[in-house]
Design a protein around this ligand. Structure first.
Ligand code: RP5
Length: 163
């Protein structure tokens, strides 16, 4: 199976970003975690992004806050799908990172999840990889069925509840 790269702009992003890793672990998807900053170590970001395909990655998750150029900078240097996580890290509550991550020019998309939406970045990476992996697709379908069953059980309980 292809690996997922989880890149964060700073180790201060990790408390949020670890939710992506937890989802990947839940589905048995291999991943690597890196701290690479588009601004503080641009050369290393380029080296990672340009080699990612040859190094066995299938999806890249990139998380950054403030003027968040990490996901876009990576997307510009690889044909692999890039998922951006805008991190809430400033007085602007993550709106700065959201706009910096999502507003990509045509031809270089970044699939941007919600502010601090690291779990969904993990699920989206699983979904992308599952297209070419029947076992992973089966796990995903089982997860979705379980999720639906939980909501329906909560609905039943709520309807039975006597206030
Ligand atoms: C961004 O600036 C990082 O992704 C982080 O969200 C934010 C703050 O970084 P630190 O100053 O904590 O390293 O580049």
């Amino acid at each position: 199976m292809k690996k997922v790269a989880i890149i964060m702009g700073s180790d201060s992003d990790f408390p949020v970003v670890k939710k992506s890793a937890e989802v990947l672990q839940q589905f048995g998807v291999p991943f690597e975690l890196r701290v690479l900053s588009a601004h503080r170590c641009a050369a290393q970001v380029s080296e990672f992004a340009s080699g990612a395909e040859d190094n066995g990655f299938g999806v890249i998750i990139a998380a950054a806050g403030k003027a968040a150029h990490l996901a876009g900078a990576i997307a510009g240097q690889t044909p692999l799908p890039v998922i951006g996580i805008p991190i809430k890290a400033s007085a602007l509550e993550g709106i700065d990172a959201l706009l910096s991550t999502v507003q990509m020019p045509a031809g270089v998309p970044v699939a941007t999840v919600a502010i601090d939406g690291a779990a969904n970045a993990g699920y989206l990476a699983v979904q992308i990889l599952s297209v070419g992996d029947d076992d992973l697709m089966s796990k995903l379908k089982a997860f979705r069925a379980e999720q639906t069953a939980k909501v329906l059980a909560a609905d039943k309980k709520m309807q039975e509840q006597v206030l």
